[in-house]
Every structure is written in structure tokens, then in C-alpha cells.
Design a protein around this ligand. Structure first.
Ligand code: ADP
Ligand code: MG
Length: 238
């Protein structure tokens, strides 16, 4: 089981409380999308789940295990960022295998996992290129490939498509949906694009200033928003 549970999670930066008591249950295999305006704490929440940011108070469990003080590399998660920082001097193949090799995995295992991720994402023809010879969309696929190679229990995505043009964004959205169907992994996905949220999510979490305003299936939020804020955020055209 790889369910993710947050209980009264809080984050303070200095005197400012940024995350103000978040309770959340994410089931194994669920695709959950965090939405909310810029600065509401989406990335901070994700980074706390990833272990890149300390949790000020509250409890985080993954698969029933308390993770508050567990090293990021031991949480069974992989994170894909908006700015897909690939290593410029390495080929796509090397970029994808690096984390596993670094962790001491055997060459054959690294190769097998990299090849499997390349197959899923149809990266075959690009494997020997360096990042500078890739388009933005291709780079983002490599960044996702790199996460798949690590075979995480939970994928965390922080606005992975916001640097891509509109057409590519639609294409990648479909790719990510397919990926979730194939891998059946738990996904927590941050976006401020409501179309992405509505089409990808099993469950949407609407955040506002560090507080969860509403949690529900996309159509439930659309049909029955808890308040004007949710209505405005989910219902209004971009
Ligand atoms: P979002 O991803 O929803 O745009 P963030 O989680 O990045 O929001 O930021 C939430 C709030 O926390 C913002 O007001 C931001 O300025 C603040 N913040 C984020 N990181 C830090 C930090 N390291 N130190 C101080 N304030 C921070
Ligand atoms: Mg953010």
C-alpha cells in the first residue's frame, strides 16, 4: 500500500505560517491534483511530502509509515519539477540511469529499467542525445522517464507542463494520463491549469493561503463548489 496521509500538517517560515493545518488522505493508485493561486503553498506542501522541506508540525505517513524524518531517498517517491534540470553533459540514457547507478544498482538492472522507461515514453530514438539537442517537450519526457526508472510508489509533479506551449501541454497531459493507467501508481500533481486538473484528477484539492478549501472529484467540485472561491477557481474560463 502506498497511500499518503497528512494529519494537521503545518509549515512555518520564520514567523509566517504558510501551511495552516492540512488534513488529507490519498489512496493507493489515486491521481490527486492540488490547485490554487500562486503562493498558496502547493509547492511547499509537495516539497514536505518529498522531504525537501521540513514539516513544522503534524504527521505524514506513506503506506502507513511515518515519514516526517525519513530521508527523501527512502520515501519511495520521485519528483518531476517544472524546470526539468537534466545533466547537460550526459546523454538521455545516462541522465535516466544516473540516480540508480549512484544508488549502487547493478549495470544490468539499470539498463533494464532505463529501457523499460524508454519504451513506455517512446524515447528510443533520443537515448544517445544530449539535452541541448532535445525540444522542451522531449526534455520533459526525459525528466518523467528519469522518475519512472526509480520505480517510485508515489510520483510528485510540480507544474511539470507549465513551460511548454499550449499544443504540447495537451499532448503531454494525455501522455501523463496514459502513464498513470499503465503504472497504476499514486500521483500527486500540482498545477494552476484548471483544464489539467479537471481532466487528470480522480480527486482535486483546492488550496487557498495554506488551507484546504475543498476536496472532491472534479465534477463534484464543478457542480457543487463549497464557496465562491472554489467556484471561481474551478468554474471560470482561463
Ligand atoms: P505555490 O507553489 O502555491 O505558488 P509556494 O509553496 O511556492 O506556493 O509558496 C507558498 C508561500 O510560502 C509563498 O508566500 C512563498 O513566498 C513562501 N515561501 C516558499 N518558500 C519559502 C522559503 N524558503 N522561505 C520563506 N518563504 C517561503
Ligand atoms: Mg509552486
Amino acid at each position: 500500500m502506498t497511500d499518503v496521509r497528512l494529519t494537521d500538517i503545518r509549515k512555518r517560515f520564520g514567523a509566517l505560517e504558510i501551511i495552516k493545518g492540512v488534513d488529507l488522505s490519498i489512496d493507493t493508485g489515486e491521481f490527486v491534483v492540488f490547485v490554487g493561486p500562486s503562493g498558496c503553498g502547493k509547492s511547499t506542501l509537495l516539497r514536505m511530502i518529498a522531504g525537501l522541506e521540513d514539516i513544522t508540525s503534524g504527521e505524514l505517513t506513506i503506506g502507513g509509515k511515518v515519514m516526517n524524518d525519513v530521508d527523501p531517498s527512502k520515501r519511495g517517491i520521485a519528483m518531476v519539477f517544472q524546470s526539468y534540470a537534466l545533466y547537460p553533459h550526459m546523454t538521455v540514457r545516462e541522465n535516466m540511469g544516473f540516480a540508480l547507478r549512484f544508488a549502487g544498482a547493478a549495470r544490468e538492472e539499470v539498463d533494464a529499467r532505463v529501457n523499460e522507461a524508454a519504451r513506455i515514453l517512446e524515447l528510443g530514438p533520443l537515448m544517445d542525445r544530449k539535452p541541448k539537442a532535445l525540444s522542451g517537450g522531449q526534455r520533459q519526457r526525459v525528466a518523467i522517464g528519469r522518475a519512472i526508472v526509480r520505480d517510485p510508489d508515489v510520483f510528485l509533479f510540480d507544474e511539470p507542463l507549465s513551460n511548454l506551449d499550449a499544443e504540447l501541454r495537451v499532448h503531454m497531459r494525455v501522455e501523463i494520463a496514459k502513464l498513470h493507467k499503465t503504472l497504476k501508481s499514486t500521483v500527486i500533481y500540482v498545477t494552476h491549469d484548471q483544464v489539467e486538473a479537471m481532466t487528470l484528477a480522480d480527486k482535486i484539492v483546492v488550496l487557498r493561503a495554506g488551507v484546504v478549501e475543498q476536496v472532491g472529484a472534479p465534477l463534484d467540485l464543478y457542480d457543487d463548489p463549497a464557496n465562491m472561491f472554489v467556484a471561481g477557481f474551478i468554474g471560470s474560463p482561463r
